[in-house]
Each structure stands twice: as C-alpha cells, then as structure tokens.
Design a protein around this ligand. Structure first.
Ligand code: PEP
Ligand code: MN
Length: 338
C-alpha cells in the first residue's frame, strides 16, 4: 500500500505512521519528496487491507494499493528517478555512465592496459570478471581472488570504481571488499538466495536481465534486493533469447522505455553480450543511449583474438575510443552528456 501524508506533516507524525505500519506486520519504506512524504508499506499481500485504517489519521491524505506486483521498484511508490552513487560517480543522473573493461580479468598487464585506455576514452567505471559464469565447466573460470586483487590495483592506479560479478551467496562478503558495484549475471537473476544476500551488502547491485526473464520477473528480482534493504539497484538489459541466430542474443531495447515507465531504477544497456559481435556493438551502444539508457556496459580487450572469454564481442581500445566520441554526440541529442 502507498500511504501519502499531507504536506507539512511533522517528523513525529511520520514516525507515528511508520510505527503503526510495523505493528501491523509491514515494513515501511519512507520517501521524503520535496512536496510531501510517501510511505510504501510492504509485506505479506494477505491482509494488506488492514493498512487502509490509517486513512482515518489526520496526517494521512490517502492509502492506495500498489497496483504493480513489484512494489519498491515501482514508479507508483517513488516517482523521482533513483540516482545510485558509486565512489563519486552518479548512475541515473544526467550524465551517461560508461562502464568498460574486459569480460574476464586475465593478467595484470591486460587489465591495467585496458583500464588506462578506457579511462582516457571517458569510461567512468572499470568492469572485469574474476569469478566467471561459464556455460562449459572446461572453459576459463576466472582468476578468482587474484582477479579481485588486480581490480583493486587497477582502481588504485586509475581511480575508476570497479564492477565485478558475484555468483555465490558465500562469496558476497569477499567480493564486496573489492567491488564498488556487485554484478549479478543473467544466469543468476532468479537466484533468490543470492539476491537476498546482496540485499544485505552495503554496495550497489547491477542486476542483469536473464536471457528469458520477462520485464516483470526481472523487476520482481530487483524487488528482492530492494525489500531486503538495499535501495541501490541498477538494471542492465543484456539481450534475451529469441529465434534469431545471427546475433548471440537479441538486445531488447524496448525494455529501456518500458522500464523508464515502470520503475525509478537506473537502466544500463550491455551491447556486448546483447549482440555477441564487436561489429554490432557500436550501433547498439548508440541506440541504447538514444533509447534513454542511463549507462552502458561494454567489453574492451587489448587483444580480443587472445581473450579467454568473449573475445568476438570485445572492442579494441581504439574502437572503444571512437565509439565514445560518437556517443558524446548521441548523448547531446537526448539531452545527456558523458
Ligand atoms: C559478463 O558481463 O561478462 C557476463 C557474463 O554477462 P551475462 O551475465 O549478461 O551473460
Ligand atoms: Mn562477457
């Protein structure tokens, strides 16, 4: 339910309503807007009608049901865009945030080389997988702890905050020591124990869309993180499975305006996994920005032909720099900047 308080309600009144919500067995999520305060009361769907009684309080203007199945993720509860702060970088604000780097951290030289060149081209977050979700158990699984240490070194050298994937609940604490953003991969978008665990981490979470999750299912996954107490969720469209085989996945750019309507959470587009071929990455990166994405996640490798994962979809640093120059013009056309 959404409890809208009358404008000018005092802190004591807000606290009183919060206390009543708790006593009915619901969790209050209070959003203080410029004009008035809104409290989202979430919890067991059964019996939510009891919350309606709050309407009789003088400070309460209205009590209405949240129509969407996802609650805290919904624009109904929070109309203003969420801005996620990552080490001085704002994701979801006016500036488009480009996160770039290799699919996997492979060596000190590879990572530092890409990190410096991606930064020089305008990237503001460094990506790199240390624990890799590979389809085959025989494929390179990542450098693990050594990879995390290299990411930390690259951060020290460049100042770029770091995003890296976490696959298992047991590893969340370790990875959160090194990562500025915890990436949940497409294959784990409905790993609910992992979602509950990252909700407890005090680090922003980038939640990739599963290759066959609907937008509603994806937002319900985001809801696990939000309702678990972590408000800093970034959504990442990375392509879905369709009948089309010319590209690795089908990048669903429809998702960007749909999400912008349904949710206040920032939206990032990953044209690398979305296409699977470096030649198509630039077009879809520009299209993602034009569609209204708040950021892009792009794989860049100094020698894609030698990459241990996702070489065919990785850009060389020079091509990435050229993309960034064009991206600046598209960003301007949609009232953004990079
Ligand atoms: C990745 O970002 O390298 C990755 C494994 O992505 P996804 O989970 O989207 O396949
Ligand atoms: Mn990859």
């Amino acid at each position: 339910m959404i409890i809208v308080l009358r404008s000018g309600s005092s802190d004591a009144e807000v606290e009183d309503v919060e206390g009543r919500i708790v006593s009915m067995g619901y969790r209050p999520h209070t959003i203080r807007g410029q004009l008035r305060t809104v409290i989202g009361a979430v919890g067991d769907d059964r019996g939510k009608e009891r919350l309606r009684a709050l309407e009789s309080l003088e400070c309460v203007e209205s009590v209405t049901p949240i129509l969407q199945p996802f609650k805290l993720a919904s624009r109904e509860v929070r109309s203003a865009d969420t801005e996620v702060q990552v080490d001085g970088v704002t994701i979801g604000g006016r500036r488009l945030v480009v996160m770039a780097g290799p699919c996997s951290v492979e060596s000190r030289f590879q990572l530092l080389d890409v990190a410096h060149r991606a930064k020089a081209a305008g990237a503001r977050v460094l990506r790199g997988g240390a624990f890799k979700p590979r389809t085959s158990p025989y494929a390179f699984q990542g450098l693990e702890l050594e990879g995390l240490k290299l990411l930390a070194e690259a951060k020290r050298e460049t100042g770029l905050p770091v995003i890296t994937e976490v696959m298992e609940p047991e590893r969340v604490d370790l990875i959160a020591e090194y990562a500025d953003i915890l990436q949940i991969g497409a294959r784990n978008v409905q790993n609910f124990s992992l979602l509950r665990r990252v909700a407890e981490a005090r680090k922003p979470v980038l939640l990739k869309r599963g290759m066959s999750t609907t937008i509603q299912e994806w937002l319900l996954s985001a809801e696990y993180v939000l309702s678990g107490g972590n408000p800093n969720v970034i959504l990442c469209e990375r392509g879905i499975r369709t009948f089309e085989t010319s590209t690795r996945f089908t990048l669903d750019l429809n998702a960007v305006p749909v999400l912008k309507k349904l949710t206040h959470l920032p939206v990032v587009v990953d044209p690398s996994h979305g296409t699977g071929h470096w030649e198509y990455v630039e077009a879809m990166a520009l299209a993602g920005a034009a569609a209204g994405a708040d950021g892009l996640l792009i794989e860049v490798h100094p020698k894609p032909e030698e990459a241990l994962s996702d070489g065919p979809q990785s850009l060389k640093p020079d091509r990435f720099a050229a993309l960034m120059r064009r991206l600046a013009r598209v960003a301007e056309a949609v009232d953004r900047e990079i």
